[in-house]
Design a protein around this ligand. Structure first.
Ligand code: DGL
Length: 275
């Protein structure tokens, strides 16, 4: 049990966030917006992205490797900013690691259940997330009358990783994937992959204005805030936070894309190895 000065040392540790690549920055950004005094260590497993086409076993192994990287930085809490990792690895990780861990599926589902009127909820995600059935199960538990339509959109991740967030190709891929979801007359669509919010304008255009897009970033950031407050772990230091960005492959591509998406330069992006 931490006490006295140890506990205040714990408060000033960073929040760890990991994703398979760049998508988790959407979650990290919301955390810094809601909790501007917190420090973040972000790890993007760019050497092994995408996770969404990989097996459960591989995703669990990669996720544990990512946990081990972040723990070396003394993180006080970990956010799994990847739906695929959350789908397969959250339960295992919570059992095996002492540090509190938050995933993105519960927060996103909660938000969708709050905003839907008709109970017809679409979920777009990676193949692996859809195959896990985690969203459908979570939503149905929260709102038994819900009708959930799930659709994998595997090409969205490479489009985002390439920076193709708009234009003809992206729009026609979106039309192809989303037309069947639109036909199901959903009033709410969960962007069940942390890469997808970067395609929001295209997805909204294809789905139409009447459909509310839900991404889990805001809701997940709220959950982080509540957790830190309930555990007395909010950062006390008045020094400006310094965020760190780590990747498992060369940092340059990540840096360029991050700048495009976030609109500002990341102060430091470094390559680190898993072991
Ligand atoms: N960002 C990840 C997610 O939320 C998926 C991208 C990938 O396939 O690695 O599922």
């Amino acid at each position: 049990m931490l006490q006295g000065s140890d506990r205040s040392g714990m408060c000033d540790r960073p929040i760890g966030v990991f994703d398979s690549g760049i998508g988790g920055l959407t979650v990290a950004q919301e955390i810094t917006r809601l909790l501007p005094n917190e420090q973040i260590v972000y790890f993007g497993d760019t050497a092994r992205v995408p996770y969404g086409t990989k097996s459960r076993e591989s995703v669990i192994r990669f996720s544990k490797d990512n946990m081990n990287v972040l723990l070396k930085y003394g993180v006080k809490v970990v956010v799994i900013a990847c739906n695929t990792s959350t789908s397969w690895a959250l339960g295992v990780i919570r059992k095996e690691y002492a540090v509190p861990v938050i995933g993105v599926i519960e927060p996103g589902s909660r938000r969708a259940v709050e905003v839907t009127q008709s109970g017809r909820i679409g979920v777009i995600a990676t193949q692996s997330t859809v195959a896990s059935g985690k969203y459908a199960g979570t939503i149905q538990r929260m709102l038994p009358r819900a009708r959930v339509v799930s659709r994998p959109c595997p090409l969205f991740v490479p489009l985002v990783e390439e920076g193709w967030i708009d234009g003809k190709v992206t729009e026609s891929v979106a039309e192809e994937y989303l037309a069947p979801v639109r036909r199901e007359r959903v009033d709410t669509l969960i962007l069940g992959c942390t890469h997808y919010p970067l395609l929001k304008p295209v997805i909204q255009k294809v789905m139409g204005k009447g459909v509310t897009l839900v991404d889990s970033a805001t809701e997940t950031a709220r959950e982080v805030k509540a957790l830190l407050e309930s555990k007395g772990l909010s950062r006390k230091s008045t020094r400006p936070p310094r965020h760190e960005f780590l990747v498992s492959d060369e940092p340059e591509h990540f840096r360029i894309l991050a700048k495009r998406f976030l609109g500002h330069d990341l102060v430091s992006v470094r390559r680190v190895d898993h072991v």
